[in-house]
Design a protein around this ligand. Sequence first.
Ligand code: C5P
Length: 406
Amino acid sequence: MNDLAGKHIVLGLSGGIACYKAAELCRALLKEGATVQVVMTEAAAQFITPVTMQALSQRSVYGSQWDARAPNNMAHINLSREADAILIAPASADFMAKLVQGRADDLLSLMCLARPMDRVPLLIAPAMNREMWDHPATQRNRAQLQADGAHLLGVGVGEQACGETGDGRMLEPQELLQDLIAFFSPKRLAGQHVLVSAGPTFEAMDPVRGITNLSSGKMGFAIARAAQEAGATVTLVAGPVALATPRGVQRVNVVSALDMMAACVAQADQATVFIATAAVADWRPDNAADQKIKKDGTGMPQLGFVENPDILATLAQSPRAASGELFCVGFAAESHDLLAHATAKRARKKVPLLVGNIGPATFGQDDNALLLVDANGAIEIPRNSKLALARLLVADIARRLAQQSV
Ligand code: C5P
């Protein structure tokens, strides 16, 4: 993907062991199409060499406010004016304190102070020992930086280079990348609470076996990510899949259709949008064995099947949906005659928008094609990555919500 195409990022490194992650971050930014100008403090250069950062960023690195390379000898002005954002990663406790005080005795702090605040955002990824992070001085500085308009990314929790465990780790490069992409995304769903169901459900026959549906959960997870990028509060009710939770998304893990129903109903009171992408099993065994059924059939119960509740239809018929407070979107995975089936399903489920896709062509894949069916007809969104499609769908839903509220 080229999610940062055209963006020029000034990547500032202050001194900390997390500088090793800045190398990976720099590569990741370039891979997403950004150009990266590295600026390092003297302390940062103790942890990673400017040579490494130059090679990775493909630009010479700046470190000193006395650098004579710039014809006007004002690197702090030139570098900050051309940036779409300044990202300090890692931001040490000392560097945060300097920013709070507006000190400017090295190029990086000078450049941050000199940045045009109205058009060059400052993003800060702190990295320090947990005691340093928890210290009231650092917490005061964090709050002051936010009050001064900086955006905090992180911190992460876990094992630290010093051997202690706690808050204060710098986020991983991929996490910072996702946060930066989200930062630049238009906030089309600001103020909305999006509930997404995703993945298959698993209906137990005994403690080790059951029936399930083919579904990787990728489309639902992509939608959750796209909605979060668009500024929504997102709850993702996920069946058994091993996908990473998108950044900033609250995940509720469930196994069976009944669990998924209970979790969705519990969340639906706060939600303003429900997007049902889950492949819910239509049936569950009515009489699951509580011990493993042996190969010879010992302990085999008489298995019948009972129909599972339809989560989407239930929520689409709730009073909040009827009053327009909950906008429901359904999905239909079909093998053929997509338009006819999707149109019929939209009417049956009583949802304003139903998204059709050809199941066998997309199960487990990273790309898909969608057919958006509403009261006026159908629009095709051609084959693309699931994340790109999810972003287009989110933009489409945001447009519908905006129209609804006028
Ligand atoms: O009827 P069908 O399973 O094809 O409908 C698909 C749509 O309904 C999807 O949006 C799916 O998440 C939702 N659904 C549901 N609960 C069920 C069955 C389907 O929410 N029990």
